[in-house]
Design a protein around this ligand. Sequence first.
Ligand SMILES: [Zn+2]
Length: 349
Amino acid sequence: MRSIKAYSVPGDAIAAAALWRTTGFDWVMLAPSCLDSPGTAGLLSAIRGEGLRWSAIEPVFLADEGTVAHAGTVAHGASGESELSIGESGLPLIAEWVRFACPSKVAHARRVEERLRAHAELAPDGMSLDFARFWQFWERVPENAKGDSLRSGCFCPDCRADRASRGFGGAGAPGGNLAAAADSSAEADISAWRRDVVERRIAALSSLARGLLPGVVLGLHTVPWGAEEYGGAITRVLGQDIAALAPFVDYLTPMAYHHMVGRDPEWIGRVAADQAARSGLPVVPCAQTAPAYAGRELPAGEFIAAAEAALRAGGGSMALYRHEDLAASPEKAAALRELFAARPEEERS
Ligand SMILES: [Zn+2]
């Protein structure tokens, strides 16, 4: 799989699909904003016309507000803040566009399910589950951040009740009144609950997608944190337990955006190896095309070094974030075309 992510319907869908094919991509991952537009039918027809396959990106816990801001269209969504995941302070967790829905809000979960059903009607080859985790702006977490400083939700009354009813929490501290012990015990209960919430939701959506589309190829976008990094925060804080989620999907797409998080291109290989070991699944590492959140340029040479590292780690497969940036850089598109041509994709069972 050589896949490119797109977040809006290109102005000229035929030219965009031709660029994807001639560059060497064989797959396109389309955000919901591409699938709910007057241009959707033309885009899908252009993709098919070039012989490409495509996946619908399904943001699982992203709040509607976050979805629209992430797609770069409007600043405010329809959902209002009552659905947002709540932090320990009692306030909604909001960092720029990063807004997650409280997992106990049934209306949000139902809309996600309805959107997946609507996308299934479009007959995609795959679905790519994104935001399968709890709130955190991982893109802005520095390499030297302390694991203890990373927090998440949800502390709304519905989630507190959900924890109690499922047996997560309320056990108190063993052996007396030690506040620290109580804190760590409660923290462990909340972590276990987050992990359980994400696993149940991914299991349900995977089953729904496979029921609607037999043969659908399911991917999972994963946060590029190692198992032990930040004190195990990928599972402990985000609830994204890669080993537990692996049975519900066919491959992983770690968002290995090295430039964004201040690492070297070779770091992409380490992320992929860690996630392959934890999941036992094929890993399709996703590289980035343009700078984001970093105060420096991403030169073409470094972009290609990252793409090479991703291809190597993915056994010839990789994904790229994102069309909007590649289309704006003919230099990077040409360099990537050369790289893809020089590195034929390995056969994978
Ligand atoms: Zn909640």
